[in-house]
Design a protein around this ligand. Structure first.
Ligand SMILES: NC(=O)c1ccc[n+]([C@@H]2O[C@H](COP(=O)([O-])OP(=O)(O)OC[C@H]3O[C@@H](n4cnc5c(N)ncnc54)[C@H](O)[C@@H]3O)[C@@H](O)[C@H]2O)c1
Length: 254
């Protein structure tokens, strides 16, 4: 049997009830990690965690609204009270948003920044002290190709995803000497429930147009992104911090 890369490690994954987050939680647990899954979709999250536990995984589901400092404290407590430590945080939770700057209301701006940007900040602020104390840890923040490049009509989303990249670099620089690594991943078009909403908002032609621009002309799968997450939270990437790993089938190589 191949050696597991997360044996003895404890991870927290936000937005883990479905889509990419569920896939990250599943792969990390398959690689030996104990995993706290957090989401606001409690029924889906509980069911998914039960399925993983039924397959022998060490997992716990918690209600985690990433905009709530108290919920983050609860997620950390779930990890430390049960397993005594936290080695990895995957800030994956996110929501789509489609207006351009002119049409972006105050409410839409606040909603998207709260989840996609402030949620990532709160996650890092909550777990960093424990990682600093144990002198090790790896944080992966999920940005997007939309955090790197311009695109039509996703103004607040792009603002937040760009900030995720700069926050990752800032924290990487601040906490490298404390033994904590922080990296960002930019997925391209990935086949999840969010993509179905994207298709409803932008039309199938809009999404197919993006895929057509890729070097590899297919949708990404959640597992494509999970393998990058596993690399960044494991010791395989022990000299990698402040990096932006693009996993997009070559979309941003153009
Ligand atoms: N699907 C894509 O094409 C794509 C591309 C680039 C980046 N991303 C990013 O990847 C990440 C995962 O997205 P996905 O494609 O799996 O989407 P998804 O909608 O399938 O999953 C997102 C998860 O986040 C959860 N969530 C939303 N608001 C939350 C909150 N306030 N607190 C906690 N959880 C919350 C949702 O309930 C859901 O389970 C997101 O950050 C997204 O922006 C997605």
């Amino acid at each position: 049997m191949a050696e597991e890369r997360m044996t003895g490690k404890v991870a927290i994954v936000s937005g883990a009830a479905r889509g990419q987050g569920a896939s990250h939680a599943e792969l990390l647990s398959r690689e030996g990690a104990s995993v706290v899954l957090g989401d606001i979709l409690d029924a889906e999250g509980e069911a998914f965690a039960s399925k993983l536990a039924g397959d022998g995984a060490e997992v716990e589901y918690v209600h985690l609204d990433v905009t709530s400092p108290d919920d983050w404290a609860g997620a950390l407590k779930a990890a430390t009270s049960k397993w005594g430590r936290v080695d990895a945080l995957v800030n994956n939770a996110g929501i789509g948003s489609y207006p351009g700057a002119v049409d972006c209301s105050d409410e839409e701006w606040s909603r998207v920044i709260a989840v996609n940007q402030t949620g990532v900040f709160l996650g890092m602020r909550t777990v960093l002290p424990a990682m600093i104390e144990q002198k090790s840890g790896s944080i992966v923040n999920i940005s997007s190709t939309f955090g790197l490049n311009g695109a039509e009509d996703a103004f607040a989303y792009q603002a937040a995803k760009g900030a995720v990249i700069s926050m990752s670099k800032a924290a990487a620089v601040s906490y490298g000497t404390a033994g904590v690594r922080v990296n960002a991943i930019c997925p391209g078009v990935v086949d999840t429930p969010m993509l179905k909403t994207d298709i409803e908002e932008m039309g199938a032609e809009g999404i197919d147009g993006l895929v057509e621009m890729q070097a590899i002309k297919r949708y990404g799968t959640p597992e494509d992104i999970s393998k990058a997450v596993l690399y960044l939270v494991s010791e395989d990437s022990s000299f990698v911090t402040g990096a932006v790993l693009v996993v997009d089938g070559g979309y941003s190589a153009l």
